[in-house]
Ligand binder design. Sequence first.
Ligand code: PHE
Length: 450
Amino acid sequence: MSQQQEQWKSKIGFIFAAAGSAIGLGAIWKFPYVAGTGGGGAFFLVFLLFTLLLGWPLLIGEFTVGRKGQTDAISTYRKLAPNTNWAIIGKIGVFTNFLLLSFYSVVGGWIVLYLVEALTGRLSGLSQEAYGQRFGEVISNPTSTLLAQLIFILLTVIVVAQGVQKGIEKASKIMMPALFILFVILVIRSLTLDGAMEGVKFILVPDFTKLSSETISFALGQAFFTLSIGASVMVTYASYLPKTQNLPKSALSIIVMNIAIALLAGLAIFPGVFAFGLEPNAGPVLIFTVLPVVFDQLPFGFFFLISFLILFLFAALTSAFSMIEIIVATLTKNDQKKRKKYTWIIGLLIFIVGVPSCLSYGVMADYKIFDRIFFDLIDYLVSNILLPLGALLISIFISYKVPKNELFEEIRQGSSIGKVAFALWLFIIKYITPIAIIVVFLDAIGLLDW
Ligand code: PHE
């Protein structure tokens, strides 16, 4: 098995791939809408705290476990804690990624459809209401949305069947900086709209009266979701790492890029929302109904809109690659001969499981479970339950199952982290992370009475 373990070609290549996994729909599509629903600035602040205080140490933790294991997610836990049941973390990870991609690909499909709409000239010069209406029509059409979802999954399968390292490293190096630059242009346009300041205040100035147990739980889920934490994705990606990589520093650069993109997405969208008199709590459709209006106000808006959608699609794809990669790596045990076949079969299964999520914005809109449409239910299960659960188990695993000196040895390779910083990191992983996750969870399900 590990004789065939591939490796990233360069240090920066790994950072781009891991950042590619992290930066995706989470920062660009989900962050603005959960922040919009969850009260804006206060949500952003809590999200920021969770990202830095829990996300960074956990990301370092997943990297350390992954690089130490040098194999797929399930085998890693087995290898580091032989004769125990801890491989369950890897199994939960595989299951989480499976469910995650089943609804992630729905939104990926929306981007594909919007790209077609834009290319055929149907996404410019409309009024805001018309954009909202148009998007509603687009996502409620069962045939085209299913087809688009399938296309998104096919694109993912085609790349991952070749092996992640080949395509992703190269493409990410160009597309990620391009996405960043385009966002900056968008933000400048948004900020110069009449009434833009309202939107800036909304996302940057915290109003704590808007915080509730539910928003805090969403902020935690969002922090894990955007960093791809809790599903052993980063464990898998780090297993392809040489010992020379600086893990804490790599983790930090991913955190910073991720926060920057989420912030840019917020600053591109909310000024528009307020300037055009839209509602910040529009939900999953937010970005798709606001951005075309902003693009309309830009010179060469058509060109920018198309470029944006391509980069947005790319960002979503690089995250999707990582989800399917962990499933493939685990099932094939890194046997390259099996890779192609398994990737195709898994892709097909994910598509089938994703059908109800796709249709829940159209013909199945009235089927609700726990008061949520299917799409929201799966999203909730993944983001608010499975990812925090995975993160909780990983932190317990690191604290009690990997000998302290071995952890220190592993982290130190490639970095110059000292004893004090290491002790602080371990303290957070051992005490702060589990307590925070449990408290937020109990609070969200109403078991804590403050
Ligand atoms: N981080 C990805 C995003 O923000 C989603 C993701 C979560 C990917 C968990 C892999 C694992 O889009």
